[in-house]
Write a protein that binds this ligand. Sequence first.
Ligand code: DUC
Ligand code: ZN
Ligand code: ZN
Length: 495
Amino acid sequence: MNAAIAPDAAFDLVVRNARVATAGDVFDADIGVRAGRIVALAQGLAAGASEIDARGRWVLPGGVDAHCHLAQPTSDGSRMADDFVSGTRSAACGGTTTVIPFAAQMKGQSLAQAVRDYHAVADGKACIDYAFHMIVSDATAEVVRDELPALIGQGYTSFKIYMTYDDMKLGDREILDVLDVARREGALTMIHAESSDCIAWLTERLLARGLQAPRYHGLSRPPVVEREATHRAISLAELLDTPILIVHVSGPEATDQIRWAQTRGLSIYAETCPQYLFLTADDLEGEGMHGARCICSPPPRDAASQQAIWNGLANGTFQVFSSDHAPFRYDDPQGKQPQGPDTPFNHVPNGIPGLETRLALLFSEGVLEDRIDINTFVALTSTNPAKLYGLYPRKGTIAIGADADMVIWDTDTPRVVHNAELHHNVDYTPYEGRLLRAWPAVTLSRGKVVYEDGVYRGQAGAGQFLQCEKPAPARTARSRHRHLPWLSALADAAS
Ligand code: DUC
Ligand code: ZN
Ligand code: ZN
């Protein structure tokens, strides 16, 4: 498939006979690449120094995984299994060419220091390009007044906040403080929406009655807990007229709140993840700690919830489909079993692996089962996250001038998922044994092959750090709610 041609050719690479899909179009073209960028899209292009024949195959923009956790520091003694070497290797082998993990501030820590520390962890290791979101867990006066605005100005233009977890959560007043900065400075706030007190109340009672097995994780965080927090997050964003994105939405209760807000014209964006399409509460069952493998928050729900999430992907309620890769090994005291087989559910680290399987799962079950069309697939997995997080049009599309991040898809070779064949450092996949009808044949990162026919060909350190522009929602005109009298009064008083 990959042939070397003339060394003095017009292009470094030509991907010939491509059936290209972007978020908006489908067309047949040869794709000419020079110096890592797409420089020509036409039929019958001149020869490249190397060529790949993509005849009969979809060629799509490389995936942008806008929510994954790599080598993120933790406060409970747990340890993430993937760093920027193994995580980006796994991503590349699954067709993802940009990742956006999180520089996480610990309580008591400077946010700027957290970003510096994360660069020390990341730089020189990734085989594909990467940007950072921040996690703001300590919204001190200094963070709100100085650090956050400065970092946004330096290209860290999105950050996540938590409404739950004692070591991470912000109260409503602190949330208002950071939303106010996001509005002023043009950043996008990602919100983990689950109600902390409801979870604590339920957890205390479940544990007091000896109900500590993994399955009770789901009962400690029922859908109403997510719905209440989602509604509250939306209300806070409406109060300050600033866009937010609700991450990892699990079912119809939260989805309905988001849809309701969108219908009212609010700038509310939403993300969902493979676990809410392909797992249910049954996956938290099983002997002993088995169910700990699928402990994530919000927890996987039921078949009706899966359907509601499919509906939300198809009807535009969700703009982003991310992995939320949070890699903890199962058979490991620094992973899913810190207290061995007696670990209570609330001490199991939250999260599941999924960087490598994200795109193939959605392609197989979404596109090839006619639940979503190919353009929607591209939008959800690449173009929309690139726009929402300030990387478009360098990332997220196949167009003249864009980085030559592309995936040639093989839809002819069914493949069963086996963890042994994945490239992460986790000792399991929640999708073991699942039959997929699509998998990348070739992944290109800025014109270089990083994965081909089952073999990783990337190079640790070849990935570049990306400074993000202002996210698209933060740049566009404010919603029709912009002239809120309380905001006008505050603005008038300040001028
Ligand atoms: N939230 C995430 O986004 N990832 C893992 C755990 C969590 O609660
Ligand atoms: Zn979260
Ligand atoms: Zn996450």
